[in-house]
Write a protein that binds this ligand. Structure first.
Ligand code: SUG
Length: 441
């Protein structure tokens, strides 16, 4: 067995962060639609969260923001002319499309890809499949640029396998690691990969959209060469989706041998637990921690984003640490639950609160903002080093953000053609810090 570490690749929040109201079924996105956003504060909050985790001895990476506005999307919709003409015409006749073209949604890197560490795959390489995010237009445009970023960062094809997105069809709807959990005894050992889907291919559902199909999850597992007896496919509950859990990571989070989840997370909890226990036999002793509905109503769990936390093994801590959003501390039932959780002597021994309020108001908590990549030390050495953070690089990135990002952005500001240039310049400056100039437009 190789020593391996969980490296969290957070999305570097882009300069066009705004409240577009673009995500049906995401209650925060709908509630804050049209509000004034503060992209500078958003990016600084994200970078401070990274700095805090590095301070706890964890390895931190970043994924760069994608090019926005996405002129290709606007041109596909028939807009023509100079960049300024395209923006002005889109602002007048298709403002929702312009918001999509400007969306900074790639910050939520838990939706960038599904990741299987080399310990689990049949060819011994680390596999990543870019998520097609086909359910929402503003997210469906992400995958080509996300794949380009991943190929630049994980370029060594003897160690890494990058798979492009699944077909852009509702039968293959895939939202990446937000609907995937890897459980194991320790990161470098073989693990169990849990895939959570909201519907079958071809099934029509009513209510909020179910953004992941079983076919998509199974396709990713096949492409990654996972063992069928170590892979588990579980259905997310309709009750959770209709309460606003548009991804499974809004109602569950797992790390090492522990799965922390809400009573309403899965359609059939007993069957799910049994399947995980069976798949983990001989590898590790599975530790489920279910939060009862009576302790935390599902509405509170979703408003406070209790489960959209990072669950981490930190050096010097004998039990896992939950890095929860400050909204969890501000909500009575979730704060009280966290206090009892820590006192209970179970697998989670500490809760730390992180302020990512700008992202939270679009439905993105600490767990949405990161893509977990379990990597051996050789793999860490083989990836692009510019995206691995230290304090100086965080300082440099924050310097770029302070200099180039607006502190106030309303949806109507997207009509300003100069803003497109500002976004390009800001992104180029960030890419230069990350030594990723090859990704410039
Ligand atoms: O896909 N919000 C994102 C939030 C993604 C959260 N990710 C995880 N749960 N892993 C979404 O709904 C809102 C954008 C807007 O409305 O402007 C948005 O896309």
């Amino acid at each position: 067995m190789n020593v391996a570490h969980e490296v969290n690749f957070d999305g570097l929040i882009g300069p066009s962060h705004n409240y577009g109201g673009l995500s049906d079924g995401n209650l925060a996105s709908a509630a804050n639609s049209g509000d004034i956003a503060n992209p500078r504060e958003a990016a600084l909050q994200g970078l401070e969260k990274m700095r805090m985790l590095m301070g706890h001895g964890l390895i931190q990476g970043v994924l760069p923001p994608l090019p926005r506005p996405n002129f290709d999307l606007l041109v596909s919709a028939g807009f023509r002319g100079t960049d300024a003409q395209i923006i002005e015409a889109a602002a007048k006749t298709a403002p929702r499309l312009l918001k999509a073209a400007y969306s900074a949604s790639s910050m939520w890197t838990a939706n960038a890809a599904t990741v299987s560490p080399s310990a689990d795959t049949d060819d011994g390489r680390l596999h990543l499949t870019t998520a097609n995010l086909s359910t929402m237009l503003h997210r469906a445009q992400e995958h080509p640029d996300t794949t380009a970023s991943l190929v630049s960062i994980f370029a060594d094809d003897e160690k890494f396998a990058i798979h492009g997105a699944l077909p852009m069809n509702p039968d293959f709807s895939d939202e990446g690691a937000a609907n995937h959990v890897r459980l194991c005894g320790s990161h470098g050992e073989k693990g169990v990969e849990l895939f959570v889907f909201g519907r079958e291919a071809g099934e029509s559902t009513t209510g909020f959209p179910a953004r992941q199909t079983r076919l998509a999850s199974e396709s990713v597992a096949r492409a990654h060469g996972l063992k069928s007896d170590r892979s588990v496919f579980v259905r997310q509950s309709r009750a959770a989706i209709d309460a606003g859990a548009f991804h499974n990571d809004v109602v569950s989070v797992g790390a090492l041998d522990t799965l922390f989840f809400h009573e309403l997370a899965f359609e059939d909890t007993d069957a799910a637990m049994e399947a995980i226990r069976k798949a983990s036999a001989g590898l590790f002793e599975f530790q489920p921690v279910m939060v009862p509905l009576a302790d935390v109503p599902i509405e509170d769990a979703i408003r406070a984003y209790l489960f959209n936390s990072q669950l981490l093994k930190m050096p010097g801590e004998d039990r896992l640490v939950l890095v929860a959003p400050t909204e969890t501390e501000d909500t009575e039932s979730t704060r009280a639950y966290c206090e009892r959780l820590v006192d209970s002597n179970g697998p989670i021994g500490k809760v730390i609160y992180a302020d990512v309020r700008q992202s939270m108001r679009n439905g993105g908590g600490p767990a949405c903002l990161r893509l977990r990549v379990v990597m051996t030390e050789d793999e860490i050495d083989a990836c692009h080093q510019g995206v691995l953070m230290d304090d100086e690089t965080i300082d440099e990135l924050q310097g770029v953000v302070r200099k180039t990002y607006r502190d106030r952005l309303a949806p109507s500001d997207l009509a300003d053609p100069d803003f497109a240039d500002e976004c390009r310049e800001a992104r180029e400056a960030l890419l230069s810090v990350l030594d990723l100039e090859g990704l410039c437009w």
